[in-house]
Write a protein of this length. Structure first.
Length: 126
């Protein structure tokens, strides 16, 4: 019974990490592939490294904060960056030079795969 609980927990954690990781990667890929490319200005950044950018869209001037931290340490306030934004939701964007989302999505996906693999090894080894 204890073995099944361990396997179930590891499998659930693996699925959760995998879904989160692949969701981040798919979101980034779709924004970069299908998003509208434009130039934005970094107008603010938080202490945790999340930047706020302004950019022009068909709906008007947009001001949005980056989803992941780390961007603020790469770009200074007032600098120009290339972004891809979602036409349906202009507040959703990806910065071309920022690789944090891809890195984080890859790490989450890898952790998920490892947990699923370990649960399978435990299941089939006993």
């Amino acid at each position: 019974m204890e073995k099944l609980l361990t396997i179930g927990t590891m499998l659930l954690v693996g699925i959760l990490f995998g879904v989160i990781g692949f969701t981040i990667l798919i979101r980034e890929r779709n924004l970069r592939k299908h998003g509208i490319k434009t130039t934005a200005v970094v107008v603010d950044r938080t202490l945790r490294g999340r930047a706020t950018v302004e950019y022009q869209t068909a709906q008007g001037l947009q001001r949005a904060r980056s989803l992941f931290s780390g961007l603020g340490s790469y770009f200074r306030i007032g600098s120009l960056v290339i972004i891809f934004y979602d036409k349906e939701n202009p507040q959703r964007f990806s910065i071309k030079e920022d690789k944090n989302a891809i890195f984080l999505g890859s790490i989450f996906s890898l952790v998920g795969i490892v947990f699923i693999g370990v649960s399978a090894v435990i299941y089939f080894s006993f």
